[in-house]
Design a binder for this molecule. Sequence first.
Ligand SMILES: [Zn+2]
Length: 434
Amino acid sequence: MSALGVASLLIPGCASSSSSAALGTPPVGFLTLPTDPPFPASVASAEQAAMVALSMVDAALAQSTFAVGGLIVETNTGRVIQAMHNNVIRKLPDEPNQVFTWDPTAHGERQLVSWYYANASKLSLPPPEELTIVTSLDPCAQCAGSIMTAGFKAGVIAYDDVAGVNYNLQANFLSLPERFRPLASETFGYYAIDPGRRHSGATQPIYSNMAVLAPTAKACLTQFEKSRTVVEQVRTTTNLTPAEMTDPATLSADSPVKTALTQRFPTAFTLRLSDYRRPDAALKQLLLDQRDASPGAKNAVALIDPFGNVVAAAPDTFDVSPINTGFMNVVEGYSQARFELAANPSTKQAGASSLTNPKYGTFVWLHAPSARDTTTIKDLGIYDLTIEGAIPVLNPSNFQYYEAPVSGTEEELLAMIQTMSTWTDPADPQRVAS
Ligand SMILES: [Zn+2]
């Protein structure tokens, strides 16, 4: 079976029909695996919801990925709609003792949001405002931005004092620009722990007046801490430096590497910059065309590899979901292409030697992200997750844009990055030099 065949077996709804051929197939962005634990049809207390989240945490740890999990619950009935865990790292289908990064954005909560939009109409699901995402760990910037954009409520079990939206544990959301704090205060609630802490934050999430038992809450945290060590030991995404790499442009058009990218991004390899950190007018036109071909899109983003090749380019696909920004589409598609190549022994070497971490390339945005939009909280989080470690200080930066934000100013964006720097590694967006 080809790696592609494996992926389409495992990704429900992979044959999504909502995107036009000109834009490729945006990744659906979530996984349910046959090994995922079953979940009950409903939960009647915060503790019962926490136990479902903990079962997902345990499954994530067994998969050697970050041990975080959660569930979507109908707030006024307790009906459990879906449960999921982190899938950043996955076992290779044909080599279960080996793992590889599937998608750095595949956190439990963000996948639940994506799953919701892929299924809401088919399953006649209630609107997000009537649903709570109960999560084992305080959401990171990506997940907090996704939840706020969609409009879910979030009930949180364990704190994350490093990378959580409530990192200072005060539930005052100084982690976010002022304009978003009222929304955060109505979105994120922190369950009481018995014995332990009092409830804080939003009271709208389900069972906010109930406590989670201390052993359950503690297990959510200790399993996550354990998983960080496991991930460090097993993580095997191969990130070669540019000097160690092969230029994928030298591969034949039907090579697995080019095919994996052009299936997702039809404009991959149609353009090459003479300097990979100096985006030109032709690339801007490519991004304008991408944006204009996608209904409702405001922006488009390309990833340029260290040789100057356009290896990924995508517009916002808000027809798929309100969180499907061009940047998320690029990161997901590129990462999942790398996984697909790694999952097939016959393409593993070619993938590893010609596709590396985006930090060695350049992300080029048509417009700078808007500081007035909750999707930017998410995208700044995704940038942090994608770079995997310290963000290199570079000039020109690996994060560039041609035009000012669609709404708001570049200064507002820089201020937003500064505000969020306490819990996300700061990006360094720079306007493309003319
Ligand atoms: Zn997250």
